[in-house]
Design a protein. Structure first.
Lengths: 274, 579
């Protein structure tokens, strides 16, 4: 019995590693998951930044997600949205799951600046609204400065943190139903199928549409990969390096007037402020 | 129990461009002025060294905290309006300087056609050109009368630009030369020229060189740092109220700025005089009554409307009978405007991480009535723009429409196209209609139990037709620019209740007839002599250009009116009926 369980766990660890593209050179230690999310990639990164990384690792613990399983599901899902591949690091390596955990435990996750007074109408209109195509370029004079996908009209009593908890558990239910297995234990293409079902608006949730959860997940995955590393994602500015994004600077006058693309090593907010 | 304060000459609600200009002018004239701002006290240091995309652009640091108060929204009168709950769906500035601090800085004057839209449309095309139910009207002021106020505002703000080759007459050039031309801007201009159009550089409040304005305030040269629109400027190079009119007012002891002052009512008990305002200090909860000889509402469109309605001033607009004025002609540029074409370039890579709020190219060939509308099924027009705001790494994840938006393929395309996509859009005008209006919501309340403002807004064929026209023109230009993949924007079926961009107006509209307008051309209320309502709320329709400079210029006009009123009293303009 015990052995069987162990085997199953090993199998799922292997699959997790495979799905998330973390096959090369990883150390599978006692606390497998923590290891995966933190120390494993020190090989890839600049050894000079090792001290920095240690500090960063101390900041990587769950403060919003109490259940480890929810967090693992989250990590696996973000990794499918931005997988590790030839292009560069994936969501886990970039620290996206911890970024999301931190964001959800703060004012964003609790909808502190949103109008959350009753009544919340959860009728066909609002449900359908949330099913609308969110990829259409939301217009307005600021179109080009918006995050690429956003939650459509928000009419739910759930705050963003609630939506995540419910959504991730719903993801596991759907995985069980479709493939008789937990989300984290699925093959990559099976995981994609589950996510696609959310993206297509096929999955119902309680008090919110499944697509709303998916959009939030997608949006925050991108935010975690490409926001300043101060928030816990974009680890070591690897997201910015991948995108050739130079970060906050005093001036781009020269670059703006240059006809050639100017590539620069990124600088972070910490560099900028010091 | 409200604490009664000493009377002042002028109390101003709001400290954005409108309230800022009025505060500065009346403080300079020696009047005792109190400005009330519901947001926090901010100065330029609050925006120094904080270039952070997530915080400002995705978490909306500078926008109104909606947990206390928002609006509700619906498309038609028979629907239940729902609150606009999150800042993803609402863009209203707050804190000292208001929306004037986070603005991009694109500067356009409105055209002679827009100020006299009704008369000029009828003159050129006949009455039938205006469809039934479209409630456009002349603004009660002409471009020629507005010119000196535009000139004044442009000098205060140090606007940097070149004259529009198709634009109306100007008494002076812009006080500063235009911003530099980037490669994308040049590509746009060259394509437009080849097609026979008249492109020029967008005039900008990102100041092109160090400049001292007539009030002695200094603005620095723009660094094209890209953290501009949605942000305050790190370098004092974006002209905003914090760098100009607010410090000008603050040089005078007779001016006082109170922040965290949430105005709940205009004190009014009938007749033709308001007595002052009632506000709450949101730090202590203490209520205050601030009496004043002149009350100026210079807040955002929504607040100006709501305060009048809550204070029962003026005749509320009734869409059934189509009578009354307060709340009438809601108009704004939302998801059916700023549509166009996005081009993806396989072999061109631009430095798009740099830019400035108003860095861009534009053209007026299809603006206002600059082209013949005899054969098109809409009136008015807009600018076609290409803007280089400068983009953060979260924003620059655009991929062609037919490519997936998550997974490996997405990641590859998002990286590849990060600096290889440009967009052109049409800043189309929005006409006003009898069915688009504002009133008080019967269900939802703010923290104090006061009803929220309710917006009822839907699109018409005019909106869809003008949008389609613009998308086609933008596509033509994008093709000329040599894009490999062109995604044309789609025309939305209906208004989606996303109040993005801050361009919403009307409700306390100006005009020359008290039957159909709330304020005269000094923005003085017809009904209440000592109440001036200043801001986008005065626009009877939304012309096809960015609004800020007209709001600032109208504020100069209103300030002149307030001085006149303080001297002589009474109505400054004779209404059409009486005349
Ligand atoms: S782009 Fe120019 S005006 Fe805008 S924030 Fe940067 S320096 Fe200021």
């Amino acid at each position: 019995m015990a052995d069987e369980n162990k085997e199953k766990t090993d199998e799922s660890r292997r699959r997790f590693i495979k799905n998330t593209g973390m096959v090369a050179g990883g150390v599978v230690g006692g606390s497998l998951f923590g290891g995966l999310l933190t120390s494993q990639f020190q090989d890839d990164s600049d050894t000079q930044t090792k001290n920095k990384e240690t500090t960063q690792s101390l900041q990587e613990a769950r403060t919003f997600f109490s259940r480890k399983e929810d967090f693992e599901t989250l990590a696996a899902a973000t990794e499918r949205i931005l997988p590790k591949d030839d292009e560069g690091p994936g969501a886990i390596e970039l620290g996206v799951p911890f970024f999301i955990d931190k964001q959800l435990s703060g004012s964003w996750g609790t909808n502190a600046k949103a109008y959350m007074k009753d009544p919340f109408y959860q009728n066909r209109q609002t449900q359908e609204y949330q099913h609308k195509d969110t990829q259409q370029n939301k217009s307005g004079p600021n179109t080009s400065t918006q995050a690429p996908s956003r939650t459509p009209r928000y009419q739910t009593r759930l705050n963003r943190g609630d939506i995540y908890i419910q959504g991730l558990r719903r993801m596991n239910e759907v995985s069980q139903k479709k493939f008789d297995n937990k989300f984290t234990d699925l093959e990559a293409d099976q995981q994609d199928e589950v996510l696609q079902a959310f993206d297509n608006g096929e999955i119902n949730m309680k008090g919110v549409a499944g697509i709303t959860f998916f959009n939030l997940l997608r949006q925050m995955t991108l935010e975690g990969a490409f926001s300043d590393p101060v928030y816990g994602g974009n680890r070591n500015m690897m997201g910015w390096k991948m995108k050739e994004y130079p970060g906050p600077r005093m001036s781009y006058t020269k670059q703006v007037t240059s006809d050639e693309f100017v590539k620069m090593e990124p600088k972070s907010l910490r560099d900028y402020q010091s | 129990m409200a604490k009664k304060l000493d009377k002042v000459d002028v109390v101003v609600v709001g400290t954005g461009w409108a309230g800022g200009v009025i505060s500065a002018e009346l403080a300079k004239a020696g009047k005792k002025v109190v400005a009330l701002e519901r947001g926090d006290k901010k100065n330029i240091e609050d925006y120094t060294g904080v270039k952070d995309e997530l915080r400002f652009m995705n978490r909306y640091q500078m926008m109104q905290d909606l947990s206390h108060e928002t609006i509700t929204s619906r498309n038609t009168m028979d629907e239940q309006a729902l609150p606009v709950r999150t800042r993803d769906e609402m863009m209203a500035g707050t804190d000292t300087g208001g929306g004037g601090v986070h603005w991009a800085g694109a500067v356009y004057r409105y055209t002679p056609y827009d100020f006299e839209i009704y008369s000029k449309t009828v003159d050129r095309y006949g009455k039938d050109k205006i469809p039934a139910g479209m409630t456009i009207q002349d603004w009660g002021i002409t471009y020629d009368e507005m010119e000196k106020y535009y000139d004044r505002f442009e000098k205060t703000a140090g606007i940097s630009g070149e004259a529009d080759p198709l634009g109306p007459e100007r008494s002076n050039d812009y006080p500063n030369p235009p911003l530099k031309e980037s490669r994308p801007v040049r590509l746009f201009k060259d394509a437009a020229k080849e097609l026979g159009y008249h492109p020029y550089q967008v005039a900008s409040a990102n100041v092109s060189q160090q400049y001292e304005n007539p009030d002695g305030e200094t603005l620095n040269a723009c660094m094209y740092c890209a953290f501009c629109h949605y942000y305050g400027c790190d370098f004092g190079a974006k002209s905003d109220p914090l760098m100009t009119v607010i410090p000008t007012a603050q040089k005078h002891d007779n001016f006082e700025l109170r922040t965290q002052a949430y105005v709940r009512r205009v004190l009014y008990d009938g007749g033709n005089k308001a007595k002052g305002v009632m506000y709450v200090d949101t730090e202590t909860g203490q209520e205050f009554e601030q009496p004043a000889d002149v009350v100026v509402l210079a807040a955002f469109t929504f607040t100006n409307n709501r305060l009048l309605m809550l204070s029962e001033i003026g005749k509320p607009y009734n869409p059934e009978s189509r009578t009354g004025v307060i709340g009438k002609n809601f108009n704004g540029q939302m998801n059916i405007t700023f549509l166009g074409a996005r081009g993806f370039f396989k072999d061109k890579k631009f430095n798009l991480y740099g830019g400035a709020g108003a860095l861009g190219g534009t053209m007026s060939d299809f603006a206002a009535d600059n082209f013949d509308h005899s054969d098109v099924d809409f009136i008015n027009g807009g600018a076609i723009e290409l803007r280089q705001y400068g983009e953060g790494a979260i924003t620059s994840n655009r991929v062609p429409k037919d490519s997936p938006n998550w997974g490996s393929e997405f990641k590859k395309n998002a990286n590849f196209y990060a600096y290889r996509n440009l967009t052109t859009w049409y800043t189309s005008a929005i006409m006003s209609w009898w069915h688009n209006y504002m009133d008080l919501d019967p269900t939802y309340k703010d923290d104090f139990g006061d009803p929220l403002l309710r917006v009822t807004n839907k699109y018409t064929d005019q909106d869809r037709n003008i949008a389609k026209f613009g998308i086609d023109k933008c596509t033509e230009i994008m093709e000329k620019m040599g894009a490999d993949i062109i995604d044309k924007d789609e025309i939305p079926e209906e208004f989606d209740h996303i109040y993005q961009g801050g361009h919403y107006a009307g409700g306390v509209i100006m005009g020359d007839d008290p039957e159909t307008s709330a304020v005269n051309n000094y923005l003085q209320m017809w009904d209440v002599d000592n109440l001036f309502v200043v801001g986008g709320s005065a626009f009877p329709h939304f012309p096809g250009h960015h609004p800020t400079v007209t709001i600032g210029s109208l504020a100069y006009r209103a300030a002149e009116g307030i001085e006149k009123y303080l001297k002589n009293g009474g109505q400054l303009v004779k209404g059409k009926q009486e005349a």
